[in-house]
Design a protein around this ligand. Sequence first.
Ligand code: BGC
Length: 457
Amino acid sequence: MVEDRAETQNSSLKLPKDFKFGTATAPFQVEGNVSGERKTDWDLFLERHPGIVKPGEVGPNWWTPGEAEADFRRMKELGMHTQRLGFEWGRIEPEKGKIAGEAIQRYRRMIDYLKQLGIEPMVTLNHFSLPAWVAGEGGWAGKESRRAFIRYAGLIANEFGDVPYWITINEPDVIVKLGYFMGSWPPEKKDSKAALVARHNLIEAHNEAYDLLKKANPKSQVGSSHNVMWFKPNKPDSPINRSYVDLWNYIFSTNWISATRGHTDFTGVNFFTGYHLNFNPRKLAITIREDAKGTVQDLYFGETVKPDADTSDMGWPIVPDFFLDALHYLHKEFGKPIIITENGVADQEDAHRSLYILTHLVALWKAIQEGVDVRAYTHWSTIDNLEWVDGYNQRFGLIGLDPKTGERTIRRSAALYGEIATSGEIDVDGLADRYLTGEQRKKAQQIIEKILKDPSS
Ligand code: BGC
């Protein structure tokens, strides 16, 4: 049945021959703004909140010719097959209707360079940041946003007919939730009516961009990326608890994917973490999840229970078994091929990343083994970058970075990931011996045994 897609030999888990490994970035997070020429809503947001980026911090600075290219070479050396990167709409169209040819040329050079290296580009058209002029017209809640996005998407579709993978919009739910409903991200609105309009525009913008990109190149694979923060029932034997969890997964993740049904070639999954959720009518209060800086990130109606698991520097539980559960659910519900467009961990000391990658990829292997059609995995992130309201303080990179000097250090976990990508298989015992501490090896064994026994299919 599925044994021909993924198979096992001794302790080595083989991934399908055509499976693609890569790493992921977003333009606002890696490009820097050295000469101050970029004008997006996030640049304005950072000006309004000057503590987020410290003086002198420029990050990976990919806008400077040569910087992105050097990191692409590092990824090639690791054995990557694909690279997710984004185009910054605000650089391409800095003023309404005015197209910056030099920005298009810069992206053209990046794409050509990746192709020259034999790395397939996966391009995101919108990863949170909007041109300042679109923000000035009301952002995604404005009347013109959808039409403006479609014009931009049309331009890009014509210029870049050779891009094999497109992601139209990254995490529309996060844009609506944090930007228009909770007000912690641009445009800092707490307005449920605006949130509903923004939701409608984002979905329509995706659906129309899909048609347009497919028309320009029917062979390209087009989708969007969804924030899949996964809930599992705290009491799996309770039907009420299970239905409650389904409802919350629907509200958080799957309703957004449903809304693009018929306009997508794949389900793009950004998976980082998950929680158990309890249905307890007496405790039906709002639970608030905050990030390291105390910024509200999520609200749940119910009681979340932290799984007994290690946590990342962001405080997010590391739960590869939730990843397996989510993959099965998304496969059953949507039936489309899946691309993991983000999965990774904030871990400055690189203390958990090897274990994180190993166990999440075992979960992914198990899902494929059980018939889930996963085609590619891009690890978040290529390099430490600007983690939105957390500035350069949260480190997700396979490449470590000094945000001031730009000095790079390839983290040890990158070598583990490179071994898997190059061989196309997960040599669990060998990798554990080479990359994990004694204590982690025990932990890995327990986690992997649990994953392999999971009857989730
Ligand atoms: C976003 C990234 C972000 C990552 C870690 C994802 O939801 O797409 O931009 O850096 O999460 O927070």
